[in-house]
Design a protein around this ligand. Structure first.
Ligand SMILES: Nc1ncnc2c1ncn2[C@@H]1O[C@H](COP(=O)(O)OP(=O)(O)O)[C@@H](O)[C@H]1O
Ligand SMILES: [Mg+2]
Length: 372
């Protein structure tokens, strides 16, 4: 007796896979050419190894199919043949750029030129305020090297798990305050991330976008790093960003950097609409003198920039100690709309809804950079 791979294939072609009601060969489940090895010595058996590929590891027909394949090989090739059947599982590929996040209606990048002006504070509070208005909201902390969302949402110890969905392993975002949240801070310590090379950061970012179960969202908020970085480029090349909101303080250095941020989005290769400016730390108000306003970073700098750039000024958020304390405590101000600051963020969220609706009516969908 001599065995050769085609004989094994013929045997496998007699086995029907209940999942497709076709035989294993027609179903494309025989992953490689079967391996056949002749006995080394008289009296030893022929050995056959087959790899079968199933759609998923929970396939209900897996066991019965493997058994039937083994029986068919023995029936066709001799009952003494030693048969090994390995199983593999198809994992569906990541959706292509342009096909990601099919359930997400609006993607908003929160940007600034300068660091420390309050992007993360605005992102967290905007996300919570939108959720409190009844919208489905996701928030992605894209500041890979300085993630702040786990702390701001008081979920630093959370470790998101993965689920199997449509043949893919998807990360399940953490849910807090009605917001679905992911941050690289859940997966690596900030010190580890700062040692990464650029490519590692961008591939981690893509994973958080494309390999996560974001589901249906009205608003997907992207908290971005300061300036115009590789991370911004990756975002622009990965997602059709509906619009950007630019956060600045009224200070001249911050405004100059905000202008650069606006220019990046308005670049004719980018064309992401600027939804508006947010003036953060617009004035200082001490808790014991709530009527007093001290313009410590200058007055109305963002208002002037908004006029110059012809974009709406969406909100002026005062510098108050409670915003900082609430952020550090993991209970952002927007959770409490009895407070003046909480109300300011609810009003901001309403303003964002209005400008996004207008933008969607008046302008075409944003094109992903580098994709025609
Ligand atoms: N309006 C505000 N009033 C008081 N503190 C604020 C305000 N906005 C931001 N902060 C504080 O300033 C610091 C920097 O803000 P953050 O949102 O992390 O800025 P960015 O993300 O732009 O670097 C944080 O400690 C934050 O709590
Ligand atoms: Mg930040």
């Amino acid at each position: 007796m001599t065995l050769y791979p085609q004989l094994i294939m013929d045997a496998l072609a007699t086995v029907t896979y209940a999942g497709t009601k076709k035989n294993l060969v027609e179903s494309g489940m025989v992953a490689d050419t079967p391996a056949v090895s002749a006995p080394q010595q008289e009296g030893q058996p022929w050995k056959v190894k087959v790899v079968l590929e199933f759609p998923r590891d929970t396939d209900p027909f897996l066991k019965s199919t493997v058994k039937a394949a083994e029986a068919a090989i023995k029936y066709h090739c001799g009952k003494d043949v030693e048969v090994t059947i390995e199983t593999e599982f198809k994992t569906a590929p990541r959706p292509e750029v342009g096909q990601m996040l099919p359930g997400v209606k609006n993607i908003i990048a929160v940007s600034s030129g300068k660091g420390g002006v309050g992007k993360s504070t605005v992102s967290a509070n905007l996300a919570i305020a939108l959720a409190r208005l009844g919208y489905k909201v996701g928030l992605l902390d894209t500041d890979i090297f300085g993630p702040s969302m786990p702390k701001m949402f008081n979920v630093e110890d959370e470790r998101p798990y993965a689920i199997k969905k449509d043949g893919r392993d998807l990360i399940v975002p953490v849910e807090k305050y009605g917001v679905k949240l992911l941050s690289i801070g859940f997966f690596v310590s900030p010190t580890t991330a700062t040692l990464w090379r650029g490519g590692m950061a961008t591939s981690a970012l893509k994973q958080l976008i494309a390999d996560a179960d974001w589901g249906e969202l009205d608003y997907f908020i992207l908290d971005t790093p300061p300036g115009t970085s590789d991370i911004h480029l990756t975002l622009l090349q990965t997602l059709p960003i509906t619009g950007a909101v630019i956060v600045s303080t009224p200070q001249q250095v911050a405004l100059a950097d905000a202008r650069k941020g606006i220019d990046m989005y308005r670049n004719d290769k980018v064309n992401v609409p600027i939804l508006g400016l947010i003036e953060n730390m617009a004035w200082f108000t001490p808790a014991e003198l709530p009527e007093n306003r001290y313009y410590i970073f200058g007055k109305e700098g963002c208002k002037q920039l908004a006029e110059e750039m012809q974009v709406p000024l969406l909100a002026q958020i005062p510098l108050v100690q409670s915003i900082c304390d609430n952020g550090d405590a993991g209970t952002p101000a927007a959770l409490n709309n009895d407070s003046a600051t909480g109300l300011a963020f609810i009003n901001l969220a309403q303003a964002v809804v209005t400008v996004v609706n207008r933008r969607n009516k008046e302008q075409p969908k944003t094109k992903i950079v580098g994709k025609d």
